[in-house]
Design a protein around this ligand. Structure first.
Ligand code: B12
Ligand code: SF4
Length: 523
């Protein structure tokens, strides 16, 4: 076999969707770095290529940090950073590089991303990466969409990723989290979730054990953020792994886990092993009983049951973020919002995190139904971060009513009274500090301001109203102006037409894939 050309590979992990100076970003963004860009770095080097790696948190001068003369650039992006990714790809391509997009945006909107990248990757394993490295050629006007059939069975651990982790941690001034992962997929099937159809698969426990020991040797007091979609599905296995690797409580851990996995004996073991933050998904008061272990309980009964459970968690774990999805089709009227306020009052120590129902392209089975019903809007990707906008026309609410309820709930949750009660219910200084910063910065107060602006525009700006009602595809000036402001100088590199996308691309691709099967004589 002829020797492959040694490539100069740039890798950019986009944690921020543009330049920023926000306090929360300064404190936290480097801690939100993804695992896969680091994995890609390890795999590229193992294939003999030279790698330049950057985690962009919004503070760096990207142009100065990014390697000149790169042959191939991998960009990892969530949809909220898609426009920045498109602008970067445009710039790199104009300088002669070939570009590759991976990450949640590539998985959710491959058809759109292929207009701006040479390769768009879904599930990525080493074989897919080798294919890209071997080809490394421009594919224009439409990029190649490649994906492994399933999630990879192994990923390089912390020891191998350390050369990319270390410089990223240096950007975090206070809290420094090392990203680790113990499993992929999830056994639950929440219809709105990207992992609803991805089989659960634990990763190698020997590697996890080795990584934890490695970290203890590297850092005085390591803090590990588990990126498992649902941590602790094989609870005993992962706990035994941790217990065998490090003395109890020497490493701090954070994880997203469903309430169903957080029984009191499990909490005792989590506490003993140094778990400091847990992010359970409650999602709704009327559905998702399985993952919260509330069975058929609904409404107020579920609020009391879940609140008791979360208060119990808080006795063992100092930081709890309770995740909710607002605007689900099961919700009607003010009741779900009032129930969540009740939860906030009954559970003062938990930080309530609200996601607006968002249909991320082809992420979830539910999105096909929403697109079939014509309910998905072409809201620019920039706003699709679960918070700034929902791109789903509500089933049981007018826009005014939905926004009034959301604003009311946010005001209640981030009132000075609620903030004060939260701080006095938190017993650990870091938990108090983080909850305070989150409440008063872009997340709490910032979202109240943002939603209030949208609500005002719904009354006063006909173009906003028509866009939200699906009566007009013309982008309201409000959106264009916000993107221009957020992207800063990157706005100039934004490719023509990229503020728009086809919100029904998934349905169209799905239907096109059905046609041959339905018309074939063998079927
Ligand atoms: C862990 C997690 C987090 C963690 C860690 C985030 C991180 N940087 O990785 C935290 C809590 C910080 C987080 C934050 C957010 N998250 Co999150 N998160 C997840 C979660 C639960 C698991 C993702 C994961 O790591 N899986 C393990 C990896 C290995 O698998 P994978 O993601 O499927 O990736 C595969 C491929 O996509 C590909 N790949 C992935 N990245 C890359 C990069 C490159 C360069 C390449 C080539 C390939 C590649 O390879 C992988 C192996 O096949 C998913 C939901 C879920 N159940 O999957 C949501 C999810 C990814 N998050 C989501 C969102 C919206 C957010 C936030 C915007 C929420 C918010 N408002 O704060 C932020 C954004 C943070 C950021 N970095 O910008 C959405 C993304 C939708 C979208 N299209 O953008 C998801 C899908 C949840 C949802 N709502 O449906 N999140
Ligand atoms: S429990 Fe969490 S990760 Fe699993 S399917 Fe439901 S929302 Fe997705």
């Amino acid at each position: 076999m002829p020797d492959l050309k040694k490539l100069r590979v740039g890798i950019v992990d986009l944690v921020s969707r543009g330049p920023t100076r926000a306090l929360y970003a300064r404190v936290m963004y480097a801690n939100l770095a993804s695992i896969m860009p680091q994995v890609v770095g390890v795999w590229c080097e193992a294939e003999g290529h030279e790698v330049v790696f950057t985690c962009y948190t919004g503070f760096e001068d990207l142009e100065a940090e990014l390697a000149e003369n790169v042959d191939l650039v991998f960009i990892g992006a969530f949809s909220e950073a898609a426009l920045l990714a498109y602008a970067l790809s445009n710039l790199f391509r104009s300088r002669g590089a070939v570009t590759v997009l991976g990450g949640p945006h590539a998985r959710c909107y491959p058809e759109d991303a292929a207009k701006y990248f040479d390769y768009v990757l879904g599930f990525t394993d080493r074989a897919i990466l080798r294919e890209v490295l071997a080809d490394a050629a421009p594919h224009r006007p439409l990029g190649l969409q490649l994906a492994a059939r399933t999630q990879p069975t192994t990923l390089p651990g912390v020891r191998e990723r350390w050369k990319f982790i270390e410089p990223t941690l240096r950007k975090a001034p206070l809290i420094k989290m090392v990203p680790m992962i113990g499993s992929l997929g999830c056994p639950y099937t929440c219809s709105f979730c990207i992992d609803a159809t991805v089989d659960y698969q634990p990763l190698d426990t020997h590697q996890i054990r080795d990584d934890l020991r490695f970290l203890l040797a590297k850092l005085e007091r390591p803090m590990v953020g588990w990126h498992d979609p649902n941590f602790g599905v094989r609870f005993d296995e992962i706990m035994t792994t941790i217990e065998e690797a490090v003395p109890a409580g020497r490493v701090d851990f954070l994880a997203e886990s469903s309430l169903a996995l957080l029984s009191e004996p499990h909490l005792q073991r989590l506490q003993k092993n140094g778990f400091k933050a847990i992010l359970p998904g409650i999602e709704s008061w009327y559905s998702m009983g399985g993952k919260s272990k509330t069975g058929g309980n609904k409404g107020l009964e579920k609020v009391h049951q879940v609140s008791d459970h979360v208060n119990t968690i808080l006795r063992y774990i100092p930081y709890v973020q309770a995740n909710f999805v607002l605007g689900l089709d099961d919700d009607t009227g003010e009741e779900p919002f009032e129930l969540t306020k009740k939860f906030v009052d009954l559970t003062p120590g938990a930080f309530p995190a609200y996601s607006l129902l968002s249909a991320f392209g082809q992420a979830a089975p539910l999105n096909l139904d929403l697109q079939r019903d014509g309910r998905v809007l072409p809201t620019p990707f920039h706003f699709l971060d679960n918070n700034k906008a929902t791109n789903v026309r509500p089933k049981n609410y007018t826009w005014n009513a939905l926004y009034d309820n959301i604003i009311g709930l946010r005001r209640h949750s981030f009132s000075w009274r609620a903030i004060g009660r939260r701080l006095s219910a938190n017993h650990v200084p870091t938990a108090r500090y983080l909850n305070f910063v989150r409440a008063v910065s872009s997340e709490g107060f910032g979202r109240i301001r943002h939603d209030s602006t949208v609500r005002r525009l719904l009354d006063r700006d006909a173009s906003v109203r028509q866009f939200f009602e699906g009566e007009s595809q013309s982008l309201p000036v409000f959106y264009t102006d916000s993107v221009r402001k957020d992207l800063g100088h990157w706005w100039d590199a934004l490719p023509e037409g990229s503020l728009r996308h086809d919100p029904n691309a998934y349905l169209k691709a799905h239907e096109a894939a059905q046609v041959p099967a339905a018309t074939s004589p063998a079927s």
